[in-house]
Write a protein that binds this ligand. Sequence first.
Ligand code: NDP
Length: 482
Amino acid sequence: MKKQHFIANAWSAASEGESIPVIDPSNGCSLGEIARGSRRDVDAAVAAARAAIGETFDGPWGRLSACQRGRVMYRFAQSIIAHAAELAELEACDTGKSTKTARADAAALARYFEYYAGACDKLHGETLPYEAGYMVMTVREPHGVTAHIVPWNYPMQIFGRTVAASLAAGNACVVKPAEDASLSLLRLAELAAEAGFAPGALNVVTGYGHEAGAWLTAHAGIDHISFTGSTVTGRLVAEAAARRHCPVTLELGGKSPQIVFDDADLDAALPAIVNAIVQNAGQTCSAGSRLLVQRSVYEKLLDALADRFRTLQSGPPALDLDMGPLVNRRQYEQVKAILARAEADGIRVMMRGRIHPQATSSGFYQEAVLLRDVPHEHSIAQEEIFGPVLAAMPFDDEEEAVRLANGTDYGLVAGVWTRDGARQLRVARKLRCGQVFVNNYGAAGGVELPFGGVKSSGHGREKGFEALLGFTVLKTIAVRHG
Ligand code: NDP
């Protein structure tokens, strides 16, 4: 398998003829190669997107009515549903996620396109009361060409939540997938062309982040950047955007707490706590990677968790176990090194899961790990790991719980488990993060629910109607009619 870029509804060979190997994380073997994007490839994709929009929104994509855009997007959503099994299989091979997780990602992707297809013609400005003799209105216009830097952990979902919102608002898109996870997005671009998107409305350029990604985010033809990934790269992207005063949305992950009070329904909390850290082998920006438990129920909950962790299995994606392998060797070695450092610092491993016997030793498998009594200040309780590692610690009262929960550089998501209604709201209001889930974690994904962070977790909102607003520019028109 040898994949090219997808630009203006056609396959396009790498202008410098170079490629990047695609590695199967379940066995470390080669799956084929993707094009290594050059400056010229990025230029071609941006030019195609600009042509689709047109100088004054008069290009083949820019001039469509909102209703027409919505119809194309809805056709694409139907095509995603029809090709869900194929897309899920591609994603599972490429990223190592279990096929059931990949299928769920394909379903979520279709939902994003359905949701935003329906939203196209509900996006409108306002008329504003003003002085006599004036009629003042606001209109919501697209930015123009938007760049989308998509990471490897949820390629289809992140493509769905940023690209669908951008297209619905009338922008044309250039997408740079992670070099470890480009296959599904290339196939999606092809399906989009078949669904009727105008040439250039949606382009995918593959390549390395420090090359194609950096060139795209610095490109003068880009009017908005949407980035999901690490805090370090997010800073580089924000700097590139600032040089051109280009608006940017950053979704940079987290160290999200699950707070369990002593009146919580522990039977309901336990599976949600486990799922929030083993989902996608912990490679999830909103992973519930810190567990804060009120001291009086700490031992009881940890014993029950240890029983569950003992049974957790990592293995080949096709076996649909609790977890697949980590995405690549670098991520695998990084997680191992973080765990080794924690153990050297005396942090106690309470339980480990298992690696399935069918997992080959050349695959990047990491078992689930439950750590107990983790000091709040330790790096393992402060830094994103992106692996199936849960750091548990006790707290004494509500004030301490809030202080610990807010006590990292991140602020993406939090879970609160308590039956006390007043405390649910009090704590939810005090948490510094973008989403709070009470007596659940994640609300089953919810494409309708605005998502994003504060502090080092980034800024701007994805998902829901809020994301759509972020992909528009508000223009005020004041008419003096006397
Ligand atoms: P990066 O932030 O480096 O990569 C995220 C995306 O940015 C990828 O598409 C990458 O492309 C691209 N990229 C890399 N460098 C640049 C650049 N200079 N300009 C523009 N785009 C660039 O994350 P990593 O993949 O290196 O993962 C490291 C850590 O980041 C993880 O361990 C995890 O903690 C965190 N992370 C968080 C994610 C989230 O959902 N918030 C998602 C992924 C990672 P390419 O991969 O081709 O280099």
